[in-house]
Design a protein. Structure first.
Length: 145
């Protein structure tokens, strides 16, 4: 029940943000001749885009939670891995282990590595390139359903 309420609230916030951005874009066009007003509208739009990014992260975490629950995999370790990747972005196994340890108080690198491989095989997270070593990120759409 709480998850449905959270999902509804996130969807409502997304709709409100989208409508606010649309209205600000209209205002931006109307204040074309006033550089100071145009600048203020531009700053407001940028701030809203930052908030929208946070909503997208929260929505991705919620979708991942539903994915885990649907497969009876919603335990503390998997949730902590998903939460860490959702809010901190791509990480390697050592970074994920440290993040999970902060959330749970304890974490085994071996267990985290096994869980990450399993979640990747299920299509919830994926390995990403860039830099040395393997890094993983939460898949924010597509295969998780």
């Amino acid at each position: 029940m709480a998850e449905d309420d959270l999902r509804r609230r996130l969807e409502r916030l997304e709709r409100l943000l989208t409508e606010t951005v649309r209205r600000l874009e209209i205002i931006q066009g109307a204040v074309e001749g006033d550089p100071e007003a145009r600048y203020m509208v531009m700053l407001t739009l940028k701030a809203l885009q930052l908030n929208r990014g946070g909503l997208e992260v929260a929505s991705a975490a919620l979708r991942a939670e539903r994915f885990l629950e649907a497969r009876n995999l919603a335990d503390g370790i998997n949730r902590a891995i998903v939460e860490s990747l959702a809010f901190q972005g791509p990480m390697n196994i050592s970074e994920i282990t440290r993040a999970v340890k902060k959330l749970r108080g304890t974490a085994s690198r071996r267990i985290i590595s096994e869980r990450v491989r399993r979640l990747a095989a299920l299509g919830l997270i994926r390995e990403v390139g860039g830099g040395r070593g393997r890094r993983y990120e939460l898949i924010t759409g597509g295969r998780q359903g």
